[in-house]
Design a protein around this ligand. Structure first.
Ligand code: CP
Length: 317
């Protein structure tokens, strides 16, 4: 297999473990491009990528745009607040407008779950999901497993803890699927108000006691408290949250010495994780960001048919 035989990349649920591994293998190749003097390859030459972000983003948007530029695509960001969306244009009409201007790929982030799936059914361009509501953030799930494979060789048999605001987290949902598909054991942990019973359906462990879980973990992924998605207070105070669920220096000292500390960003320093741990030797948070570019390059490439690397190796491009 050297291509994703699909038009769109919408979620982790519909990817097989072989497809996830193919994306990771391909990302490894693209990461080498970062070390070249000329950091670009002609894989998407002549193609146009629109980035359509209805929600704020730093990492995902810039990472997709950077990835597409390194593949030599024409990259156009749609400034939502200054676009005709502000005049009431519908999602589908905006997407069809982009398609009328030669869109080959549309990368979308939207507050509504399944908005990318809806677009994918209604336009010819490839749709890549940059995050939809609480539902899915597939490229984050992929870059997270890639980052651990890069560190450890495999995720199989590792115990991965995902901690914090699980309820509102598309990252948690995508990471659970990506890590379990590749054979990791996943536990989720947080206050009971932020870890709903629906997560039992994933066949993972649920715990509310971080201090019991933490020393058992090979990987810990600390999630941000998403105050913008919470209606009302789901825990008594930030102080109490910090007391029970923050990865403090004191807690970190009780971890396995080789634990990998992850965070999808943006980080609330001093809330879910302390400065010293964010910037400490076990943190792979910045590597996750770098790897995000390689993984997104791999996704564009594999959706395009995945043949060009071979042609490039043979000197045909
Ligand atoms: N991890 C992540 O999705 O970050 P952004 O919201 O900055 O894109």
């Amino acid at each position: 297999m050297n291509a994703l035989n699909r038009k769109d990349l919408l979620d982790i649920k519909t990817l097989s473990s072989d497809e996830i591994l193919l994306i990771c293998e391909t990302a490894k190749y693209f990461k080498d491009v970062f070390t070249r003097d000329i950091k670009s390859v002609p894989v998407l030459r002549g193609k146009t990528v629109y980035s359509l972000f209805y929600e704020p983003s730093t990492r995902t948007r810039l990472s997709f745009e950077n990835a597409a530029k390194m593949l030599s695509a024409n990259v156009i960001h749609v400034p939502i607040t200054n676009s005709s969306v502000a005049k009431g244009e519908s999602l589908i009409d905006t997407a069809r407008t982009l398609e009328a201007m030669n869109a080959d790929y549309i990368v979308i982030r939207h507050a509504a779950a399944l908005a990318p799936h809806f677009l994918a059914k209604n336009i010819r361009a490839s749709v890549v999901n940059g995050g939809d509501g609480y539902h899915s953030h597939p490229t984050q799930g992929l870059l997270d497993v890639f980052s651990i494979i890069e560190k450890r060789g495999s995720v199989k048999g590792l115990h991965v803890g995902i901690v914090g605001d699980i309820k509102h987290s598309r990252v948690a949902r995508s990471d659970i699927l990506a890590f379990t598909k590749l054979g990791a054991k996943v536990s989720v942990c947080g206050p009971s108000t932020l870890v709903p019973d629906e997560f039992k359906h994933y066949g993972i462990d649920i715990t509310y006691n971080f201090d019991e879980l933490l020393p058992k973990l090979d990987v810990v992924n600390m999630l941000r408290i998403q105050r913008e998605r919470q209606k009302g207070w789901l825990f008594p105070s930030i102080r109490e949250y910090h007391l029970l669920y923050s990865l403090t220096e004191e807690r970190f000292n009780k971890c396995k010495p080789d634990i990998n500390v992850m965070h999808p960003g943006p980080v609330n320093r001093g809330v879910e994780i302390d400065d010293a741990v964010v910037d400490g030797p076990n943190s792979i948070i910045n590597e996750q960001v770098t790897n995000g570019v390689a993984v997104r390059m791999a996704i564009f490439y594999l959706l395009a048919g995945g043949t060009q690397l071979q042609e490039e190796a043979e000197g045909n491009v």
